[in-house]
Write a protein that binds this ligand. Structure first.
Ligand SMILES: [Zn+2]
Length: 118
């Protein structure tokens, strides 16, 4: 289940919001002051140990194996935006999320070495 983090524009507090699906609209309100002037921060997904293992194994985006795992899709983009302190545009966000949600060939789930269909 994704967790969205928001920063309050009013008091700078951070609020975490659980959402059911990545495409759900989120009605975030500050947990400190109740303001709805919230800026979304970089999303942290609940990442399993397996996935972090994968990320370690395929941490080099220049490797052709890197993108054979759907869970790596968009990681580079996310890091780019994070480095710039920017929010990912929702169109990009949705693309990444749906790709990770399996709108890609599913064989990579099993980490088969010969997946090149992406
Ligand atoms: Zn606030």
């Amino acid at each position: 289940m994704p967790i969205y983090e928001y920063r309050c524009e009013n008091c700078e507090s951070k609020t975490s919001v659980f959402v059911r699906t990545v495409s759900s609209p989120v009605d975030a309100a500050c947990s400190s002051c109740g303001s709805k002037e919230m800026t979304r921060l970089i999303t942290s997904f609940g990442i399993s140990k397996t996935v972090s293992d994968v990320h370690e194994a395929f941490s080099n985006p220049n490797s052709s194996d890197y993108y054979s795992d759907p869970r790596n899709i968009g990681r580079w983009t996310e890091e780019k935006f994070a480095n710039m302190g920017m929010e990912i545009p929702s169109s990009v966000r949705n693309m990444i999320d749906s790709a990770r949600d399996g709108e890609m060939p599913g064989a990579a789930k099993d980490l088969q070495p010969n997946v090149n269909e992406i």
